[in-house]
Design a protein around this ligand. Structure first.
Ligand code: MG
Length: 203
């Protein structure tokens, strides 16, 4: 199982990090060890002093596919959840400046807490899903799937040109504006259509 993450998929988030708005999706990957199981905390790693939260909608891939046509891409995922793409922003900044890969900043253990999944048929309209992140009882990020630069189908089609998608793979679909740091002692809640799907302590 693999985790694919889309970067810069919301215009205001691209702007807040001074990144150009991409003409094609940008993606990177995290390993399975990035997942945090429900109920377990996130342990602040010793290699960073600037861990940021990024709340994202997550697709669960339901069948194998390669070079998937955008027209049929919606048949390749069966459920939607929510996750946090933890990022060591200090390490990422150094990687960007030196033109190095992002793995140390993005793919570390615990960097992808992920909720349970909701069958996509349970959503009224998957192109109009509200989600948000609450830090210490304050809403810090709000997004809607309709605000994505590249929609679910475009993402699946594009990624599958390069990487075969398999049942159980997850795709983090990018974060809206409002990313920011966490500190030890913080509590994060990830909300999907007003339902609290993840409660996570930072330790
Ligand atoms: Mg992200």
């Amino acid at each position: 199982m693999k985790i694919i993450c889309i970067g810069r998929n919301y215009i205001e988030h691209a702007h807040e990090l001074n990144n150009p708005v991409p003409a094609q999706p940008v993606f990177f990957m995290k390993p399975e060890s990035a997942i945090i199981r429900a109920g377990l905390p996130f342990f602040y790693p010793d290699f960073s002093n600037d861990i940021h939260y990024e709340v994202e909608l997550v697709l669960r891939i339901s069948k194998v596919g390669k070079n998937i046509n955008e027209k049929f891409a919606n048949t390749y995922f069966d459920a939607i959840g929510i996750g946090i793409d933890f990022t060591a922003r200090d390490l990422q900044k150094t990687c960007k400046e030196k033109g190095l890969p992002w793995e140390i900043a993005k793919a570390f253990d615990g960097s992808a807490p992920t909720s349970d999944f909701i069958p996509k048929q349970a959503f009224k309209d998957i192109y109009d899903i509200n989600f948000s992140l609450v830090k210490n009882e304050e809403t810090v990020q709000q997004g809607n799937s309709g605000m994505m630069i590249f929609n679910f189908e475009k993402i699946i089609s594009y990624v599958s040109r390069f990487v075969t998608l398999k049942r159980g793979d997850l795709i983090f679909t990018g974060t809206p504006a409002g990313v920011g740091p966490v500190q030890i002692g913080d509590e994060l809640k990830a909300m999907l259509v007003k339902k609290n799907m993840i409660t996570l302590s930072i330790k």
